[in-house]
Ligand binder design. Structure first.
Ligand code: AHR
Length: 502
């Protein structure tokens, strides 16, 4: 059997894990809201029309923060359309996705849903068709105690206490030509800065995310971050990163190596933030909000057909990727990469949460089930809290089209306040199990509590409403911790969670 070794030490701290790295995203897109979280008349609908079966799955994951209401959608969105009596709200064409938005669910409804889901709202303002004025007004509406035009309107709309939204996105993917009112880096940086100043004058306690590039491979990537930050560094707190991966050619080893690209992307954006900080002689450091990440390619062709058949339809089945087992492995490797960069990645959002490129699927009027990617996401969120520990890892490697020296085993660990240690590991080997020996001497006597494994013999295996448990985790026996050394078998192509307790 191939062998990998790892040394972990309580002193090798990367940083505190910000729970918000287990965030997600709900956009007014497809069936994320209508038919996803909200379906009045469904047997599982609660008194507000929210599906209880979906809420249960969201709570099962533990999603500390949910980005809302977009996405590309937000760049044409009038937040005022989404408050007040639901019957009076306008129906609008959504130019981002070619559909019709009815505004049945708006700010008040979403905040109520988020509370039921035990999540905070991360609210994006429109810096496309709107600007700084609308942005400062929605902060006043949401967060001001009362006694002003917008806060009194909130109270008249039935919400006495402020929503207290702490985290705000300054627009979405403003570097992308597909965005409504796309901007140059300078234009965006100026707009974001003015919006940020006014939003913080209304509520100084909020935190703001400036738009980084829409992807690592955007032609303006790098220059965009530098130039826009030169305009707004002082008034923002985070820079966003977005990244989606696909495997259209069926190159599994190459696909599973994509977390290397993610790691490069993170380190480069950190370097640019710090370069701008240095150039400005700033003492403040910016952190990262990786507020869109996932696999996204399975549904691309189907979406063209859906829109051809029903352009401007409501709640169309768009971006409904059906995730397979290899997608779950990459999701696991991505979560490991966030933990390895826990000192600077403070927010991350799996895009998205329900139906739209999502871990949770529903059928209108029907069931609700977990896709393959649900499991690594849930495991990391449930067990990956506390302090992230830097592993000293020796693993056999492989080469693929875009990368040389890809470690077959990727791993990281977290340590909780009660001394519990959790190791997350992916075995990328297509054929062979790998024995991992982990030196844990510095932790005293630890016992193996459980070894959770996600594996399927078929990398293309999926979960469906009819067969929801096709790809599900199981418990492995055999991991053993003796004399400060953990020995564990990582099955070929597997996601592993090894939970150790004092
Ligand atoms: O998550 C789907 C879309 O991907 C978002 O609306 C946009 O921000 C990104 O391009």
């Amino acid at each position: 059997m191939k062998k990998a070794t790892m040394i972990l030490d309580r002193d090798f701290a990367i940083g505190a894990v910000d729970p918000r790295i287990y965030g997600s995203f709900i956009e007014h897109l497809g069936r994320a809201v209508y038919g996803g979280i909200y379906e009045p008349g469904h047997p599982e609908a609660d008194e507000l029309g929210f599906r209880k079966d979906v809420l249960e799955k969201v709570r099962q994951i533990g999603v500390p923060v949910v980005r809302y209401p977009g996405g590309n959608f937000v760049s044409g969105f009038n937040w005022e359309d989404s408050v007040g009596p639901a019957a009076d709200r306008p129906r609008r064409l959504d130019l981002a996705w070619g559909t019709t938005e009815t505004n049945e669910v708006g700010l008040h409804e979403f905040a109520a849903w988020a509370k039921k889901a035990n999540s905070e709202v991360m609210y994006a303002v429109n810096l496309g068709t709107r600007g700084a004025d609308a942005a400062r007004n929605v902060v006043e509406y949401a967060n001001h105690r009362g006694g002003s035009f917008w806060s009194d309107l909130r109270i008249r709309n039935g919400r006495k206490d402020p929503f207290g939204i702490k985290l705000w996105c300054l627009g979405n993917e403003m570097d992308g030509p597909w965005q409504m009112c796309h901007k140059t880096a300078y234009e965006y940086g100026r707009t974001a800065n003015e919006a940020a100043k006014m939003m913080k004058w209304v509520d100084p306690s909020i935190e703001l995310v400036a738009c980084g590039s829409a992807a690592h491979d955007m032609p303006t990537y790098g220059a965009w971050e530098y130039e826009m930050l030169m305009e707004c560094y002082e008034n923002v707190d985070y820079v966003s990163l977005h990244r989606y991966y696909g495997n259209p050619t069926g190159d599994t080893p190459g696909f599973l190596a994509r977390s290397m690209d993610l790691d490069d992307f993170i380190k480069e954006v950190v370097a640019i933030c710090d370069a701008v900080g240095g150039r400005k002689h700033a003492r403040k450091k910016l952190n990262l909000s990786f507020d869109e990440w996932n696999v996204w390619y399975h549904s691309n062709e189907q979406d063209k057909e859906v829109l051809k058949a029903d352009k401007w339809g409501r709640a169309l089945p768009l971006l409904e990727d059906v995730y397979n087992f290899e997608d779950a492995l990459l999701a696991g490797a991505i979560l490991i990469t966030f933990l390895k960069n826990a000192d600077r990645v403070k927010v991350a959002c799996l895009a998205q949460l329900v139906n739209v490129i999502a871990p949770i699927m529903t059928r209108n009027g029907g069931g609700c089930w977990a896709q393959t990617i649900f499991y690594p996401y849930m495991h990391a969120s449930r067990y990956g809290r506390g302090t992230a520990l830097r592993p000293i890892l020796q693993s056999p490697v492989y080469d693929c089209k875009d990368y040389e020296g890809v470690p077959l085993v990727d791993a990281v660990a977290t340590m909780a306040e009660d001394g519990a240690v959790t190791i997350f590991a992916v075995n990328r080997d297509m054929k062979e199990d790998i024995r991992l020996d982990c030196d844990l001497r510095a932790f005293g006597a630890l016992k193996v509590k459980e070894h959770i494994v996600l594996h399927h013999d078929d990398v293309k295996a999926v979960n469906t409403e009819e067969n929801p448990d096709n790809v599900t985790p199981c418990l492995e026996t055999g991991a053993c911790c003796d004399g400060g050394t953990l020995t564990v078998r990582l099955p070929a192509l597997s996601w592993n969670v090894i939970r150790l307790a004092p």
